[in-house]
Design a protein around this ligand. Structure first.
Ligand code: SAM
Length: 262
């Protein structure tokens, strides 16, 4: 039971969230894999955030934690909010949208249970931060869709500038998924519809997972994890969260559809 994370997610999220062989001897100095404090003045703040607000609240997947310790969140927030980049809350990114709370990003990423070689689709690129975290996992192919053209364009530029060249970014209505690249092993939705979009289920590979907030716009929603097992979609209720609404023609046309129950 993830009681503490769920409770905290309810209370604090969201708009409103080798076996080692000896290293060979070398005359050259080792190449650092993370920036030195001088190169990245936010490194200490980022490590502290991960330890105190993510690890301490139950996220334990080592690859997720490594990604959260690596991605420079301060590069994904507007200049006026840089000093808050490593605080555990959402921040405005313009166009009425937000970059999600770091804890929620980490938790939802862990819930995807990503395996090497899998394809993951994100609906709601926003700033590109969640996509960067997924890319930083290092062994999955990342696809992301954003409905607001200006955000899609700026997120793609930011991801390229930071070296996340392999992330596939497109502008469009994520309600319909990305049929051209389906099926996906995992789908993460970072804006809340009032029902589970059928196209996303249709684009799920056998054994695939969807992590999605579902509920009424402007209020609290429920975070669901759906798993496609033996042709059956199993639903797991993970508790209350608060996200911006999924917008667009797709969700409006599909309004009133039922959502599977656990
Ligand atoms: N994942 C983002 C990040 O890391 O910055 C934050 C996501 S923000 C909470 C939700 C995003 O979903 C917004 O950028 C919003 O424009 C987008 N969105 C809303 N409805 C959408 C839709 N139908 N298709 C694609 N994106 C959508």
């Amino acid at each position: 039971m993830r009681v503490a994370p769920l409770l905290l997610a309810l209370l604090s999220s969201l708009v409103l969230f080798p076996a080692c062989a000896p290293a060979p001897q070398s005359a050259s100095p080792p190449v650092p894999t993370t920036p030195s404090p001088r190169e990245d003045p936010f490194r200490e703040a980022r490590l502290k955030m991960v330890a105190e607000t993510i690890e301490a609240r139950g996220v334990s997947d080592p690859d997720v934690l490594r990604a959260m310790r690596t991605v420079p969140r301060h590069r994904f927030v507007p200049a006026e909010f840089v000093d808050q980049a490593y605080e555990d809350h959402p921040l405005p990114i313009g166009y009425g949208q937000t970059i999600s709370q770091p804890y929620i990003v980490a938790w939802m990423t862990e819930l995807l249970a990503l395996q090497p070689g899998e394809k993951v689709l994100e609906i709601g690129t926003g700033s590109g931060y969640q996509a960067a975290v997924l890319a930083e996992i290092g062994y999955v192919d990342v696809y992301t869709i954003e409905i607001i053209p200006e955000l899609a364009e700026s997120a793609e530029a930011r991801l390229r500038e930071l070296g996340y060249d392999e992330v596939h970014v497109t502008q469009g209505d994520g309600y319909y998924g990305w049929p051209e690249y389906a099926p996906f092993d995992a789908i993460i939705v970072t804006a809340a519809p009032d029902h589970l979009p059928p196209p996303l289920v249709e684009q799920l590979a056998p054994g695939g997972r969807i992590v999605i907030p579902i509920g009424p716009p402007g209020w609290y929603q429920t975070l669901w994890k759906f798993v496609l097992e033996d042709g059956e979609l199993k639903a797991y209720n993970l508790g209350g969260v608060r996200f911006v609404p999924l917008t667009g023609e797709g969700v409006e046309k599909g309004a009133g559809q039922g959502t599977p129950r656990p």
